[in-house]
Ligand binder design. Structure first.
Ligand code: NAD
Length: 321
């Protein structure tokens, strides 16, 4: 049966892919964003509204006659952005999330999905490259590494409070480094996989690229199609506590770059720049709970996902030449 769904932040990376899948499934999908990037392939929505969700009246308009809200709008970016910008990230995101929660109660939304982040996890569990995966319960005692993570943790709690006081049915995901085509790849907000794909695509052959940090910091990366599948499964489940969606394959940033270099077919040297931010030293996802609750795990290998991402970014850059 057709559901009436709102996806906020649908001019962005995850929101656009998610909206496309929900739209393909035959739902009425309203998409909202403050701006629209030109490179997202249409059609992927039933109705499109351009709104600033920091304003309460706009959140009321966005949630009008809607049953299910996927709230993905956020002022965010990769490590370069979130280590530089603190106040605007906290200010904008707390307004978006507080107003969206309140408007969802006012408009009697059936279920509210909040996109939290692996950035909520405490710094003291991420000090070595060879870290165990982060379990959902590891978030406390809290000590996120950056302001963005603190705001996400605060909004997780706000979701809990709205459930308790107003009976709002909430779903909370903690995404770990989602990547894929149609994500930001330039301009300062891009994340490591997209930034490395861009640098390698633009490099001479033979050539050299710079890597932020010493390259030994570790992360895990989850492909967008797996993320969208898990997101919809979580929304349709009965589970209302925070749940990881990510990958548990830990790689160093050097290894990530090497996979992309191999895909490019170029001969590229890596030059490390330790003056640049690298975030926590190591971060991995523990998927025990999400496997148990949803029966979800990622299916697309890093090599396969990066191949698609690299080809897309390469094609975008060629279009600009
Ligand atoms: N991509 C990841 O790896 C990742 C990891 C953890 C959490 N998340 C969370 O998932 C969500 C989606 O992330 P993404 O990677 O698609 O980011 P994105 O930046 O591509 O998309 C976010 C969208 O929100 C929009 N937005 C910002 N301020 C707004 C406002 N005032 N009103 C309306 N729209 C506004 C932006 O224009 C953007 O299109 C975010 O909440 C993010 O914090 C993402």
């Amino acid at each position: 049966m057709e559901k009436r769904i709102l996806v906020t932040g649908a001019g962005g990376f995850i929101g656009s892919h998610l909206a496309r899948e929900l739209y393909k499934q035959g739902n009425f999908v309203r998409v909202v964003d403050i701006k629209w990037d030109g490179y997202i392939e249409e059609p992927y929505y039933s109705e499109k509204l351009t709104l600033d969700l920091r304003e309460y009246k706009n959140c009321l308009e966005a949630t009008k006659n809607i049953d299910y809200v996927y709230n993905l709008a956020a002022n965010m970016g990769g490590i370069g952005f979130i280590t530089t910008v603190g106040a605007d990230v906290m200010h904008d995101n707390v307004l978006i999330n507080a107003n969206m929660l309140q408007a969802s109660v006012e408009n009697k939304i059936k279920r509210f999905f909040f996109s939290s982040s692996a950035c909520v996890y405490p710094t003291y569990r991420q000090e070595n490259p060879d870290v165990p995966g982060l379990k959902e319960e590891d978030a406390y005692p809290a000590d996120p590494d950056n302001f963005y993570g603190w705001e996400k943790l605060y909004t997780e709690k706000m979701c809990e409070a709205y459930k308790k006081d107003y009976g709002l049915d909430v779903r909370i995901v903690r995404y770990h480094n989602i990547y894929g085509p149609e994500g930001t790849y330039e301009g300062g907000r891009e994340k490591a996989p997209a930034a490395l794909c861009r640098k390698i695509a633009q490099a001479q052959n033979p050539g050299v690229i710079d890597i932020w940090g010493d390259g030994k910091q570790t992360r895990s990366f989850c492909y967008i199609d797996d993320c969208v599948r898990g997101t919809i499964m979580l929304m349709e489940s009965d589970y209302d506590k925070p749940l990881n969606i990510g990958s548990d394959r830990l790689v160093t940033i050097d290894e990530l770059a090497d996979i992309i270099i191999k895909i490019s077919g170029k001969k590229i040297d890596k030059k490390h720049d330790t003056s640049k931010p690298q975030g926590v030293r190591g971060r991995n996802a523990d998927l025990t709970l999400v496997k148990k609750i949803l029966g979800w795990e990622p299916k697309i290998s890093l090599e396969e996902g990066l191949k698609k991402t690299y080809r897309w970014i390469e094609a975008q850059l060629k279009k600009k030449d």
